[in-house]
Design a protein around this ligand. Sequence first.
Ligand SMILES: [Zn+2]
Length: 254
Amino acid sequence: MTVKAEGALRRALVEACRQINALGLNQGTSGNISLRCGDMMLISPSGIPYETLQPADVAAMPIFGEYGAWSGPFKPSTEWRFHLDIMRARPEVGAVVHTHAVFCTTLAIARREIPACHYMIAAFGGTNVRCAPYATFGTKELSDHALKALEGRFACLLANHGMIVLGENLQKALWRAVELETIAKQYYYSLLIGGPVLLSEAQIAETAEKFRSYGPQAKDMPAQDLQVKDSRKGRNAGRASRGARQAPRARQAK
Ligand SMILES: [Zn+2]
């Protein structure tokens, strides 16, 4: 990771902190954001107002070095444990966003998972978004609960606390943060008018397949899906490279 690339990630992280507040996804400094930066994790510092936050204030932690070691002018967010544990356990994840978004948190207070009430649930990797059991903020216990709830998923709720969304990069994590709060709001309102009619596993699978194969959401699909697609492309590229005529076309496509 070059100094220039790290600088760009630091600036993007600061910008994203301000964005989650502007989007109404977070209040004050309760949320936090981390980005993978080579073998380091950049993470928003603890308790610094986002309006005054500077790229140099962002804390850095080794992902696989001494657990909890950090550098920077300010301590990392108190929630560094789940950020770091996610970066360790999920190599496809490049960004983690945690906020106390109102509708996500309302459902988390009621300890409800989000079921397949809308086809967009497929954007989070399955047929539901789970709610992790309660544990005190900042603890390893909370991190363990979160990791389990995130298995095979790109989002989870945290009981009586908030939500976590993951992205292959910051852009996708922010996109999922908006989508998660939207579906939480829609599910909440549906509960007020008699409860949702849920989609079947087959219907969600069909949506996921459509996301995979074509459509405006294809670029936003979870990494596993992209990897499946990429590996298919890889095999095709391999075949194409055996034909001299097709090889340049395969390169152009990238
Ligand atoms: Zn929190």
